[in-house]
Design a protein around this ligand. Structure first.
Ligand SMILES: *Cc1c(COP(=O)(O)O)cnc(C)c1O
Length: 393
């Protein structure tokens, strides 16, 4: 990574750890055999894929045969939603999800609505938390699936997954969670948490892009997603993405191994940033739960400025962050997540998300606390609205 870049967008993607890359390398040019082939070169590929599957299973408290590799987190989400809907439609056509899901869940649900399914989008409170009471009230005889994300990618709020899982189990309804942001940040045990399906994506925890996995509890009725050969036990055809899968396996192993020290470090950077900005900049608001949030997530709305302008100014000094606007570029609508926690449009538009990662340091935080207040004042000085407020005082 270049000297002068401070990368603070780990929720969007991470770099590949050198150790992960080293593990992947032989599987491009030398150990390239097709895992379905019966000669030694193929069998060795197969063995490496199964070892990676074991590693994913171990990280989740699952069994290896419950792990299916996919082409991304989005694919795992699509498969969970559409695959459960299609395999269980005789039982019912109702799905419950939340108003703050990733577009991969949201738009899969929208698609199913167009196909005659009924979807309840549970609201969240001002911290972004789904209420168990609301969930209980939303359940019908026709409910076949509850899908609630583990931790939110924009505001970092972590849900009461164990309680939701226990309730779903008691009702005999399948429970899926999009845990893409949670892996490596929160300890996960699919048994203790009564999770039936779980999505993850390698590039959010220092693995390569374009590879993910879906955990499907043994006995869960789900349709195949890609029809073709017999790969992934006939559920997801495609010649295996060998280097990708090997990389995912190594990355998840490291993520779980390093979770405690990683958390401690990120939490410290997060808290110093939040507290520093709160102390130095007036008219701001922290979005997401104050404590029950991802260790590296800071999401703040700055009144009287545009998040986009703030991002551009940060980019000029080498800081990579993200705005609270919809990630669908070109859209001027504020994010559905910030709307769901009740922010007015004009405040949502002034939002900034900074997500810390492994290579960030205390110096990065010092730099932010030095520069952001200056940028914010500069931008506010150009705002007629802010002028009016200042003059009133
Ligand atoms: C990034 C992300 C996804 C999508 O994963 P891809 O591998 O990029 O398709 C899904 N859900 C959440 C919460 C994410 O943060």
């Amino acid at each position: 990574m270049g000297n002068r870049v401070i990368y603070l967008d780990h929720a969007a993607t991470t770099y590949v750890k050198p150790e992960v890359f080293e593990t992947m390398k032989p599987y491009f040019c030398e150990q390239f055999g097709n895992a379905s082939s019966i000669y030694t070169l193929g069998r060795e590929s197969k063995k490496a894929v199964e070892e990676a599957r074991e590693k994913v299973a171990r990280a989740l408290g699952a069994q290896a045969r419950e792990i299916y590799f996919t082409g991304s987190g989005s694919e795992a989400d699509n498969w969970a939603i559409k695959g459960i809907a299609s395999a269980n439609k005789k039982k019912g056509n109702h799905i419950i999800t939340s108003a703050i899901e990733h577009p991969a869940i949201m738009n899969s649900c929208k698609y199913l609505e167009s196909e005659g399914f009924e979807v309840t989008y549970l609201p969240v409170d001002s911290d972004g938390v789904v209420s168990l009471e609301d969930l209980k009230k939303a359940v019908k005889d026709t409910t076949i699936l509850i899908s609630i994300m583990f931790a939110n990618n924009e505001i970092g709020t972590i849900q009461h997954i164990k309680e939701i899982g226990a309730f779903a189990r008691e009702k005999g309804i399948y429970f899926h969670t999009d845990a893409v942001q949670a892996i490596g940040n929160v300890a996960i045990d699919v048994e203790k948490m009564n999770i039936d399906l779980l999505s993850l994506s390698s590039h959010k925890f220092y693995g390569p892009k374009g590879v993910g996995a879906l955990y499907v509890r043994k006995g869960v009725k789900i349709s195949s997603f890609i029809h073709g050969g017999a790969q992934e036990r006939g559920k997801r055809a495609s010649t295996e993405n060998l280097p990708g899968i090997i990389g995912l396996g190594k990355a998840i192993e490291l993520a779980v191994e390093n979770m405690d020290s990683y958390n401690t470090k990120l939490l410290d950077l997060r808290e110093k940033t939040i507290e520093g900005l709160m102390a130095k900049v007036p008219y701001i608001r922290l979005n997401g739960h104050r404590t029950n949030r991802l260790p590296g997530n800071v999401n703040i709305s700055f009144q009287y400025i545009e998040g986009e302008s703030l991002l551009l100014m940060l980019d000029m000094i080498g800081v990579c962050g993200s705005s609270g606007s919809a990630c669908s570029s070109g859209s001027l609508d504020p994010s559905h997540v910030l709307m769901a926690i009740g922010l007015p449009h004009e405040i949502a538009h002034g939002s900034l998300r900074l997500t810390f990662g492994e290579e960030n340091t205390q110096e990065d935080v010092d730099f932010l606390l030095e520069e952001i207040p200056k940028i914010v004042s500069k931008l506010r000085d150009m705002s007629p609205l802010y002028e009016a407020i200042k003059n009133k005082k």
